[in-house]
Design a protein around this ligand. Structure first.
Ligand code: SF4
Length: 406
């Protein structure tokens, strides 16, 4: 293009032709040798460093693609758009060179690997990560990093080694702790493998609970067309046991273009373009339940976000006062109220044989009662006033909710 040659023949280019029709050229083959690419542009990182200052994490890419075929996931179909292997990785040397460069140039010590699935489930894949851990340990500056992986990749020896090298957060794609869901999603996982991974990670200090020594972020799909009361209750018990944030209970299946589950739902007659989600429930009672849960959780979250903002600010600034210290009991109370409401609403919805106005009315009554209880707790219990005082005490700007959201 720079030389002025005709670009219309370039692979992957789409344009409006002179006859008014779109022309989409076939895609270029994938870049097989990722080491041959320059390090990614860091203009956004520079902008954020200017705006917020250090410490900030930098994103990194170890590899691209994934070899699995989970039915809700776009990665495989996205990768299939271009000819070439479904998954490829850079060398350890290339990744470590980029980490060293980021540290020397910007002072970065926190790194987030953005690969959809970092750990290749083979001996060679694990050996490579052992080599990465060794190389990171010998870099000569303290660093921490996070990545995404599957539960069956969590091998104790490998994760112990990675943790020694600075692994401080894992995004673990479990998706469900209800056996039939794992089949529906074609995860290729057993519940035993999921719980084994959770146990291994717990032994290394990883937990989804607020304040855990190391962060465990769970990939979870609570609501989907084949959801059932049994599955929802199992998930809520799991969230309680793990002390995971209740927001996990709001995650719903998203129908991205090209995902395999669409064809199955079409066969089952569960696609519904009139709904924002694009699908409907096999058990229509769940639509009313999900809507009520979302409304109640949103109301609680307005307060919970403020609590978390105060907690994160205290952690970041290393100072607190009478109003801002010790927010955990309030947060735990709010989380408990969410999960209690979820279970109570399940009882009401399951107790009624079918969807309809009676179900809407009963769930609505329960919601109104619990929202009134919440308002009482916030006002008479002094929680709202305390949060106002905590914001003043820490001198938090109105934008603090956004600043500390992640
Ligand atoms: S969900 Fe994870 S493991 Fe499954 S296909 Fe997508 S990236 Fe791969």
């Amino acid at each position: 293009m720079l030389s002025g040659a005709d670009w219309r023949g370039l692979p992957g280019v789409a344009y409006l032709g002179s006859d008014g029709r779109f022309v989409i050229n076939p895609p270029a083959p994938k870049v097989a040798d990722l080491d041959g690419l320059p390090f990614m542009a860091r203009d956004t990182l520079e902008r954020y460093l200017k705006k917020y200052g250090p410490p900030l994490p930098a994103s990194l890419e170890f590899g691209r693609g994934c070899t699995y075929r989970c039915t809700f996931c776009t990665v495989r179909s996205f990768e299939a758009l271009q000819p070439g292997p479904h998954h490829r990785q850079r060398s350890v040397e290339s990744v470590v060179a980029e980490i060293r460069w980021l540290h020397e140039r910007y002072g970065i010590t926190e790194f987030n690997f953005e690969d959809d699935n970092l750990v290749v489930p083979s001996r060679a894949g694990r050996d490579k990560l052992h080599r990465l851990a060794e190389a990171l340990k010998s870099l000569g500056f303290p660093l921490s990093f996070t990545f995404f992986c599957r539960p069956d990749a969590v091998e104790p020896e490998l994760f112990r080694h990675l943790t020694e090298a600075g692994l401080c957060g894992v995004y673990l794609g479990i998706e469900s702790v209800y056996g039939p869901d794992l089949e529906f999603f074609n995860k290729g996982l057993t519940l035993e493998a999921v719980y084994r991974a959770l146990g291994t990670l717990a032994g290394l200090g990883f937990s989804p609970a607020v304040g855990a020594r190391r962060r465990l972020m769970l990939g979870y799909i609570m609501w989907h067309p084949l959801s059932s009361f049994e599955q929802l209750r199992t998930s809520i018990r799991f969230i309680r046991e793990q002390r995971a944030p209740p927001k996990l209970a709001r995650r719903a299946l998203r129908l991205y273009t090209g995902i395999p589950v669409k064809a199955r739902l079409e066969r089952l007659g569960l696609l519904d373009p009139s709904r924002p989600s694009g699908w409907c429930y096999a058990d229509p009672r769940l639509a009313c339940l999900e809507a009520a849960v979302n409304r109640y959780f949103s109301a609680v979250n307005e307060v919970r976000d403020r609590v978390r903002t105060v907690e994160k600010a205290v952690e970041r600034y290393g100072r607190s006062g009478p109003a801002s210290a010790g927010m955990a009991p309030i947060r735990e109370e709010l989380d408990g109220r969410c999960l209690d409401f979820f279970e109570e609403a399940c009882d009401v919805a399951e107790g009624l044989g079918s969807a309809g106005p009676t179900l809407e009315a009963r769930v609505g009554e329960l919601e109104a009662e619990r929202l009134a209880d919440l308002a009482q707790y916030l006002d008479r219990g002094g929680v709202s006033a305390r949060l106002d005082a905590a914001f003043r005490e820490l001198d938090l700007p109105p934008t603090a909710l956004d600043l500390f959201r992640k």
